[in-house]
Design a protein around this ligand. Structure first.
Ligand SMILES: NC(=O)C[C@H](N)C(=O)O
Length: 306
């Protein structure tokens, strides 16, 4: 059953014209993660490389393609966690970096801290020799149009917030049985400047523990934070539930308790995996035993050779 990698490209409702691109992107990311794992690299390497592929793809709300805050700017959150040691690294409200997930990993590897935010994260990126990119290089025409549409007095901000989410993430188990997770996002469209969502918060946007499992989430950040969704799923797994049962229980609780919409990818140490969501859609892909699984609507699990 090992190694395995599962990725998501965001829960929500994906506009028809973006379905093919969204599916192709998660397939590419799962293939990348799987190639890293089958070459003998760690689960941490695999989730970072898979998420970097998705950050570089303008279709998703992470890295290039991120949604814009109320001022029309890009500010991003990312998290990585290593299930061997519970080491984690995160950045929040970071600007002008192409791959926040790589910066989150450097926070884990090179500092004594878990999370760096805003200008402090940018300073750290410079100190690590990560090139600063222009704001423009991260902004797509699509993101700018959605931002403008939402400023319209007739816009329905709730619908638009819940509709198209597009955060990216990955979980993996490597050949040594180590687990890891990574998640990256541009946040919620038209959010306040300085708003930090679930993605960079340990136990919310992700969690990895070799003894239990690994999770990466997507969806309405404020709701996810209220129930600490990733850790809630692992709590159910600690009580003996499978990744799928644990995800469904936690997603049902999220909906009942705070009317939250979200999606998750989950693995356990044996390589049993799940991709579950209570939104209309979530683009996801998994690679295991040289098979690529993928889907978008509930109940889908298409397969093809990796
Ligand atoms: N696109 C998303 O999934 C949004 C992310 N969870 C956030 O609230 O920042």
């Amino acid at each position: 059953m090992l190694p395995v990698v599962v990725v998501h490209g965001g829960a929500g409702s994906i506009p028809k014209e973006r379905v093919a691109l969204s599916t192709a992107g998660v397939q590419e990311a799962a293939r990348k993660g799987y190639a890293v794992l089958t070459s003998g690299f760690s689960a941490m390497d695999a989730v970072v490389e898979a998420v970097a592929v998705l950050e570089n793809n303008p279709v998703y709300n992470a890295g290039r393609g991120s949604v814009l805050n109320v001022k029309g700017e890009v500010q991003m959150d990312a998290l990585v966690m290593d299930g061997r040691t519970l080491s984690c690294g995160a950045v929040s409200a970071v600007r002008r970096v192409a791959n926040p997930v790589r910066l989150a990993r450097l926070v884990m590897d090179k500092t004594n801290h878990v999370c760096l935010t805003a200008e402090g994260a940018s300073q750290f990126a410079r100190a690590m020799g990560i090139p600063e990119v222009t704001e423009e290089s991260l902004i797509t025409d699509y993101a700018r149009k959605r931002w403008r549409d939402n400023l319209d007095p007739g816009a329905n901000p709730v619908e638009s917030q819940m509709g198209k989410m597009g955060t990216v993430g990955a979980v993996a188990v490597d050949m040594q049985g180590n687990l890891a997770c990574a998640t990256s996002t541009g946040g919620m469209i038209n959010m306040m400047e300085g708003r930090v969502g679930d993605t960079s918060c340990v136990g919310c946007g992700g969690y990895a523990d070799n003894n239990i499992g690994a999770v990466s989430t997507t969806g309405h950040g404020e709701s996810i934070m209220k129930v600490a969704l990733s850790r809630l799923i692992l709590f159910h797994m600690e009580q003996g539930k499978s990744p799928e049962e644990a995800s469904d229980l936690a997603l049902a609780y999220l909906w009942e308790r705070v009317s939250g919409m979200a999606g998750v990818v989950v693995v356990d140490p044996k390589g049993t995996w799940a991709a579950r969501f209570n939104s209309k859609q979530m683009s996801w892909a998994a690679a295991q035993q040289d098979q690529l699984h993928y889907g978008l609507y509930k109940g889908e699990d298409f397969t093809e050779p990796v």
